[in-house]
Design a protein around this ligand. Sequence first.
Ligand code: ADP
Ligand code: MG
Length: 323
Amino acid sequence: SETINKIAAGEVVERPASVVKELVENAIDAHATAITVEIKDGGTSLIRVTDNGSGIEKDDIPLAFLRHSTSKIRTADDLYVIASLGFRGEALSSIASVAQVELVTKTASDLTGIRCCVEGGKQTVLEEVGCPGGTTMIVRNLFYNTPARRKFLKSDMTEAGYVNDLIMRLALSHPEISFKFINNRQNKIHTAGNMQLKDIIYNIYGRDITANLLEVNRRSSTMEISGYIGKPLISRGNRAYENYFINGRYIKSPVITKAIEEAYKNFVMVHKYPFTAFHLQMDTSLMDVNVHPTKMEVRFNQGEEVYQLVYRTIREALEGRNL
Ligand code: ADP
Ligand code: MG
């Protein structure tokens, strides 16, 4: 099963940024209000994610590292009404099979915390420690036992850049959470928590973008869109500025990307791709996030309704009139 875990890890853990994504999503699911991500050497030698969330019960610690073990889903039907970010129970077991993992955690009701180390999928340390409430996950020497995979990583700077982009999007999708990102001991991102989406955009992208936003807000029969889009003068040569979130989750959807880019057609832009940062809220039964292990892609039951809502909302805002 170590082999199976290593294979599964290939789907969940592609690079340091995928580890950070899984660990931060776990922190969000644990209702953390402050999350610190620290990496060294692009995340290859060290990734540390600290949260002030619920912590993990002592008895649940061995389970957390078991494949397909999750505390977030109880019946097969739950799979279709997923609200939490994680639910496959694959992340920690996958990460632990390709790196050295240290976990320090304490629940609010426990007086002492637990420190636990896992290497090659096997627990090597389990002891009581004093620590604050919440969870710290430390991932060292990613892919130390899978050199072929390590070879596919880009330079430390590029890998750190991927992590930076990820934290930016996570901060955008959760203005209520305080995020801190430290790269090689340097503070890169710090958001205060309890913020409005517009404040986060300012914090992350600065004054030029924030001064050129249009607010969007619209409902259809089964979904709602709200957030900001950039005036056509804000654009990029790639899709780095196209952010959208569904039920709080950063995702990729060809349907939404197409709706955005079609809506900006015929507007003069410096580059091809616009700035967007908006949220879509819909019943979880209308979508399927179960397409890929990294949960980045989503499929809609009502693709046409999603397309129309996004397209019309943006078009209307850009033209400054009701369509
Ligand atoms: P999933 O998120 O799909 O449930 P994971 O492998 O990511 O699976 O995590 C396994 C379990 O470990 C989670 O279901 C959760 O109970 C626990 N866990 C992991 N990280 C944290 C955290 N930061 N705070 C609290 N519990 C956590
Ligand atoms: Mg998870």
